[in-house]
Write a protein that binds this ligand. Structure first.
Ligand code: LFR
Length: 493
């Protein structure tokens, strides 16, 4: 039985067809497209209509391949949204979470309400771009969008709405807003009241696996397609990725590695405590009654954005060539905290890294290889810090780390991560989010019993590469230095 998964990342999107039979799962990429943010004036937007167009394009390619999927699902990054007006039309273009208009709002709202109160109501980590702060910014700048808005939809909700005409909010993504109360199992009226946004805009929240409509007839006729049920999967890409972690043990640690690095473990209820607040961990909703106790780490964004900067300067370099240079650059010459807020907005990353190194009295990396090496080593060292915190918070100890997502194609990063944490890394599958997206569709149709059967089938269907730690003492020494340089302390303590 085949299903179609759309997985939209911050840089690109893909449509992947999955087949499930006695031999396991097989995937076939049908369509891959860019997802480039667009700057207009002072604002940074997502090109949402282009994304809708690419979704339709995917459907038409599926038809050309002679395939008829039994269902489809869409997952994407979290926090961002569109607003519908009274006539059901999209108001404006969704803002990109890295738009600088939201700067400073998290601090303001935390001062007004206290971080503790917000965390107790949501269990969600404090990131300056959470929907809570985006909406507060729009409200306080008297955005006309909020005056007209009647319906709030997250990015996959919105794309699903374009396909089906049904406006429904999905649970995993809803939790990323920091406006959803997992204890009360509903949108948090107190937080919405505080920022002055009407709770009327926020609809019913459905669980992953819910069937939420059929392709609208206009689309079916235009593309000559049969009716296809649209499933609300774990629509937050990280939620889908964690479904696809091929773990055997119930207590496992993962690192979902793409533009962001998301590291943590899976629980059955949110861990809302003074400790998780102090370490700024999150409790995002997952599929099958799970929660992800995890922390965002800035991830390969810093490397990707460095490559874009070099491109702008006419010094563009390919990924493989850059990693080869990083491999031969001097080790541990310059270390930095990837989660310093310096690295959040788009811009000249190599210069920001140099600035960080200057101000911490380190060697200033001047060539591409040294910069790439500094990024990858600093990420690997930060992973150790966050893995230790995950163990501390969850009271578990892990004998290795599962890495999923496109970032695992970076073998240097996988190896250095294993060396840094002193434990094996199991890397795979690379298309974690798309595969988790499919798994939820098969769970919805009863083809897969539950998340653990899904994980077993995934483990048997896709290659997993094991990396063993190397150079333990060198990495242990570097870690001590990393801790001193970055003085990595809980952001909210
Ligand atoms: C990863 C991700 C993270 C979220 C960030 C912004 O793609 O979904 O989980 O914190 O993007 O939405």
């Amino acid at each position: 039985m085949s299903v179609l998964a759309y997985d939209l990342g911050a840089g690109s999107g893909r449509a992947i067809l999955g087949h499930l039979n006695d031999r396991g799962m097989e995937t076939r990429e049908i369509h891959r497209f860019k997802n480039e943010p667009v700057k207009a004036g002072e604002r940074m937007y997502w090109d949402i209509l282009r994304l809708h167009h690419e979704v339709l394009q995917g459907l038409s390619l599926v038809k050309q391949h002679g395939e008829v999927p039994e269902s489809l699902g869409i997952d994407s990054w979290g926090v961002d949204f569109g607003l519908l007006g009274g006539n059901g039309e999209l108001l404006g273009n969704p803002y990109h979470y890295r738009d600088t208009q939201f700067n400073g709002m998290m601090e303001r709202i935390c001062q007004e309400l206290s971080a503790k109160r917000i965390f107790e109501r949501t269990g969600i980590q404090f990131l300056p771009f959470n929907t809570l702060y985006q909406l507060a910014t729009l409200k306080r700048s008297a955005s006309p969008l909020l005056r007209e808005a009647e319906r709030f939809l997250m990015i996959p909700d919105l794309l699903r709405y374009f396909l089906t005409g049904e406006a429904v909010n999905e649970f995993t993504n809803a939790t990323t807003t920091q406006l959803y109360n997992p204890v009360l199992a509903k949108w948090d009226e107190e937080l919405l009241d505080h920022i002055g946004v009407s709770s009327q805009c926020f609809g019913e929240v459905v669980m992953p696996g819910t069937s939420v409509g059929q392709l609208r007839s206009g689309i079916r006729h235009e593309l000559g397609l049969a009716s296809i049920p649209v499933i609300a999967v774990a629509e937050h890409d990280t939620g889908s990725a964690v479904v696809a972690v091929p773990a055997t043990e119930r207590a496992f640690a993962y690192l979902s590695c793409g533009t962001w690095s998301l590291m943590g473990t899976e629980l059955h209820q949110p861990a809302i405590s003074a400790e998780s607040l102090a370490l700024n961990f999150t409790n995002e909703g997952g599929a099958g009654g799970t929660y992800r106790l995890l922390k965002n780490i800035m991830g390969l964004w810093i490397l990707q954005e460095s490559m874009r900067q070099w491109e702008r300067e006419g010094q563009g370099i390919g990924y493989a060539a850059l990693l080869a240079k990083a491999d031969t650059a001097p080790p541990f010459a310059s270390l930095f905290d990837p989660d310093d807020e310096l690295f959040l907005p788009a811009g000249d990353m190599p210069e920001r890294i140099r600035q960080y190194c200057r101000s911490t009295g380190q060697k200033v990396p001047d060539d591409q290889g040294s910069i790439a090496r500094a990024i990858l080593e600093s990420l690997a060292l930060k992973y150790r810090r966050v893995l230790e915190w995950t163990e501390q918070l969850s009271g578990q100890s892990f004998n290795g780390l599962h890495m999923v997502g496109g970032g695992i194609q970076n073998q240097l990063l996988c190896q250095w991560t294993a060396s840094s944490i002193g434990k094996p890394v199991w890397a795979g599958p690379a298309e974690g989010s798309a595969i988790g997206n499919m798994a939820v569709q098969w769970m919805a149709s009863g083809e897969l019993k539950d998340i653990w059967e899904a994980r077993r089938v995934i483990r048997d269907s896709f290659p997993i590469t094991e990396y063993e730690p190397k150079d333990r003492s060198v990495w242990a020494e570097a870690y001590e230095r990393f801790l001193r340089i970055t003085a990595v302390s809980p952001p909210l303590s």
